[in-house]
Design a protein around this ligand. Structure first.
Ligand SMILES: NC(=O)c1ccc[n+]([C@@H]2O[C@H](COP(=O)([O-])OP(=O)(O)OC[C@H]3O[C@@H](n4cnc5c(N)ncnc54)[C@H](O)[C@@H]3O)[C@@H](O)[C@H]2O)c1
Ligand SMILES: [Zn+2]
Length: 340
C-alpha cells in the first residue's frame, strides 16, 4: 500500500505513504500554496521551506488557541492568499489541527493538505478531518470536521524527532491495537521503541497499518455517530488531565487507557490490563499519576463526549474489541476513585 485514495462523504483523501517532501511541488500549484508550520519544525528543517511562502507560529499545545488562528489568518491576508489557496500544514498534531481549522474558515474555506512530522500526527492527528483549538485548558472545544485533500508521509522528518515524542506517538498506536487489533498488540508487546527506530521498513509498515485502522473507522463513521467514538479510548480521563498538568497528549492518554482498562474489568470482565500496562511501559509511557479527581471531573463536565445521561465512555471487552457505554458522572467518579 504505497498510495491510497479514500472516498468520504463530500471528498476524496489521497494518502501518499512513501512520499518525499521535496516532490511536493508536483502535488500543489506553487503560486497558491501556503506552508504553515511551527518554530521547532521550521528551525530543524528550514532548508526544506526555501522558496516557499511560509507562515511560522510558536510550538506547543499552549499555542493551540484562538490567538494563533488570528495570527495565521492575518499572515495569510498579508501574503495575498485568495480562495484558490491551498494551505499545507507541516508539523505535529498541533499544526495539523490548527491548519485544518484555518482552512475551514479562511474565506469560508480553502483547500488543505498535511505533511505530518510526528509519529502521533502520522498515525492519528492528521487523519480523519477533525481539527480545531483548545479554549484555555479545555481540549478541542472549537473546530470542524473537514477532510484534507492529501496527506504526504515523508519519514525523513522523524530523524529529528526527540525520543519522548516517539513515546508520545506510540500511545495512539497502542490505543489502535487495544481497540481494533489484537495481533498488532502482540507484535508491539514483542518489540520496543528502539526496534522501530532502527528498522525503517518495520516502522513504515506499522505506520501504514495504523493509517489504515484509523481511516477505516473514519470512513465508516465520518461524523462520529458510532464506531468513531471508539478512537476516544483513554481520552476522557486523558483530556481531563492533559492541559491541567501540561502532559504530552500521548502520556495523558496512556494514563487514561490504564483507568479505562481497569474500569473495563468491572463493566465488561476485561482481563488483559496486565498486557496493556506492560506494553505501555515498554514504550516508555506513564501508567499512573496522582491527580485531583474533583478537578478532573469538572473538566470532564465540559467534555464533548458527555451526554445528558452521562459520559460516553469507551471500554474493552478484550484486546481488539471495544465498545462504549454511557456511565453517569457520579458512577464514573466512583470508578476513578476505586482505582486511584
Ligand atoms: N484531530 C485529531 O483527530 C487528533 C488526534 C490525536 C491528537 N490530536 C491533537 O494532536 C496534538 C498532539 O500532536 P503532537 O504530539 O504531534 O504535538 P505537537 O504538534 O505539539 O508536536 C510535538 C512537538 O514535536 C515538535 N516536532 C514536530 N515535528 C518534529 C520533528 N519532525 N522533529 C522535531 N520536532 C518536531 C513540535 O514542534 C512539538 O514541540 C494534540 O493537540 C492533540 O489534541 C488531534
Ligand atoms: Zn489522541
Amino acid at each position: 500500500m504505497k498510495n491510497w485514495k479514500v472516498k468520504l462523504s463530500t471528498s476524496t483523501v489521497s494518502f501518499i505513504l512513501d512520499g518525499r517532501f521535496s516532490a511536493i511541488d508536483k502535488l500543489v500549484n506553487k503560486a497558491n500554496a501556503f506552508y504553515i508550520t511551527d518554530e521547532n519544525v521550521y528551525a530543524l528543517h528550514q532548508n526544506k521551506f526555501k522558496g516557499k511562502k511560509t507562515i511560522v507560529f510558536p510550538s506547543g499545545e499552549e499555542h493551540k488557541q484562538q490567538a494563533t488562528i488570528d495570527f495565521i489568518v492575518e499572515a495569510l491576508l498579508n501574503l495575498g492568499a485568495t480562495r484558490e489557496a491551498i494551505l499545507v500544514g507541516v508539523g505535529g498534531g498541533v499544526v495539523t489541527d490548527m491548519v485544518g481549522y484555518v482552512a475551514g474558515i479562511y474565506m469560508r474555506g480553502v483547500q488543505v493538505g498535511f505533511v505530518p512530522t510526528t509519529i502521533l500526527a502520522m498515525v492519528d492527528a492528521s487523519i480523519g478531518g477533525k481539527n480545531g483549538i483548545d479554549v484555555g485548558i479545555y481540549k478541542n472545544m472549537v473546530g470542524l470536521i473537514r477532510q484534507p485533500s492529501f496527506l504526504l508521509y515523508d519519514l525523513d522528518f522523524l530523524q529529528t524527532l526527540p525520543s519522548h515524542q516517539w513515546e508520545n506517538g506510540f500511545a495512539e498506536i497502542i490505543k489502535h491495537a487495544a481497540i481494533k487489533d489484537a495481533k498488532m498488540m502482540k507484535a508491539l508487546a514483542s518489540h520496543d521503541l528502539a526496534f522501530y527506530q532502527k528498522n525503517k521498513k518495520e516502522l513504515s509498515a506499522l505506520i501504514q497499518k495504523n493509517v489504515q485502522i484509523k481511516m477505516k473507522v473514519v470512513q465508516k463513521d465520518e461524523f462520529e455517530k458510532g464506531d468513531r467514538k471508539l478512537l476516544n479510548f483513554g481520552h476522557t480521563i486523558g483530556h481531563a488531565i492533559e492541559n491541567e498538568h501540561a502532559l504530552l497528549h500521548g502520556h495523558a492518554i496512556s494514563i487514561g487507557m490504564v483507568y479505562a482498562a481497569k474500569i473495563s474489568q468491572v463493566l465488561q470482565g476485561f482481563n488483559d490490563t496486565g498486557l496493556l500496562v506492560a506494553t505501555l511501559k515498554q514504550y516508555g509511557l506513564p501508567t499512573n499519576m496522582h491527580f485531583n479527581i474533583e478537578q478532573a471531573m469538572q473538566v470532564m463536565q465540559k467534555d464533548k463526549k458527555k451526554a445528558t445521561a452521562g459520559m460516553q465512555y469507551v471500554v474493552l471487552k478484550k484486546i481488539g474489541q471495544a465498545m462504549y457505554e454511557t456511565i453517569p458522572m457520579k458512577s464514573l467518579e466512583k470508578l476513578i476513585k476505586l482505582y486511584s
